[in-house]
Design a binder for this molecule. Structure first.
Ligand code: ADP
Ligand code: MG
Length: 286
């Protein structure tokens, strides 16, 4: 507990430090994205601790039940009332914490330009941020789970004209699936398996035309040919109810092929893993 409070304190300090850095930036969009990013972590603490406290309360209940014969009827009734109130308070904390998280996600998605707007973008930075975001969202639910994430982002790329709001969502969708699948495989195979995700960003420039390529490779469960054939369909999911909407790849496909006039390559093999590659013709900004 003390350690967790110390961690939280460090995160708040870090947040303040980041805030100070961000304040110097003129762009309000960048500022709100930065804050939103950093606030997610402490907020996840709040939610997870209230979840944990509900479980503790249940245990406390069992203890009290065990020694109910030693309590007067009044005392037992009081305890019942208090613990019911506590439980309700905790669920309120969780509910509103979760609401705050969803507001923050909204800010993150909308802080980079209006819908559908092509903007000069540091694509390397954008990819890095959303890879990070997906990883931490996954870790917030399971602190003990680790993935080795390797990023190979071409250095010195110019600003690239993309729809940052859309591209970031596409990265997040593919990354969330990658995190999910390596976690699934880890649960099946145990310690002998090393979950790994590789992310590569490269820009190919040849006389007047440029091509952006983003690869996200996981060593997760892989997909059968049947699944691969349906993956871009709306509402196609193999995940249990509540875990998947089946919309992530449909939206991603629209973002890359329609909005960015690019293509998605998919390579996947069961028990080996999956690579998604976005190939997008782009304009760069000098
Ligand atoms: N990296 C991946 N590895 C294995 N299966 C994947 C991967 N990405 C997507 N899939 C499969 O494609 C389906 C559709 O993905 P998606 O559209 O993101 O919806 P959802 O994640 O909500 O199920 C998933 O349910 C899963 O079966
Ligand atoms: Mg998905």
């Amino acid at each position: 507990m003390e350690q967790d409070i110390e961690n939280l304190r460090q995160q708040v300090d870090y947040l303040q430090e980041q805030l100070h850095k961000q304040e110097k930036m003129a762009s309000l969009g960048l500022l709100s994205a930065g804050i939103a990013h950093e606030i997610q972590n402490p907020l996840n603490f709040v939610i997870n601790f209230s979840k944990m406290s509900v479980k503790l309360l249940e245990q406390l209940h069992e203890v009290i039940d065990d020694c109910s014969d030693k309590l007067s009827e009044d005392d037992a009734a009081d305890m019942e009332d208090i613990s019911a109130d506590l439980k309700e308070n905790l669920s309120k904390i969780q509910e509103h914490g979760e609401r705050a998280i969803s507001i923050i996600r909204g800010i993150l998605l909308h802080s980079r330009g209006k819908a559908g707007e092509f903007l000069p973008t540091d694509v390397g930075q954008l990819v890095h941020e959303y890879v990070w975001l997906s990883y931490h969202a996954m870790r917030a639910n399971d602190k003990s789970f680790n993935i080795s994430i390797h990023e190979d982002i071409q250095e010195g790329m110019p600003q690239i004209m993309v729809i940052p709001q859309d591209l970031s969502r596409a990265i997040l969708n593919v990354m969330n699936n990658a995190c999910y699948t390596v976690k699934e495989r880890a649960a099946l195979e145990g310690d002998s398996y090393m979950p790994a995700i590789e992310v590569k960003v490269a820009l190919k420039q040849a006389d007047g035309s440029s091509e952006l390529r983003i690869d996200i490779k996981d060593n997760g469960m892989g997909m059968s040919k049947e699944v691969q054939a349906k993956i871009y369909e709306n509402f196609f999911t193999t995940k249990p109810a509540g875990q998947g909407t089946g919309l992530g790849m449909a939206i991603t496909n629209e973002i890359i092929t329609k909005n960015h006039n690019g293509q998605i390559l998919l390579e996947s093999e069961p028990k080996v893993g999956t690579t998604f590659s976005f190939i997008i013709p782009v304009k760069t900004v000098k």
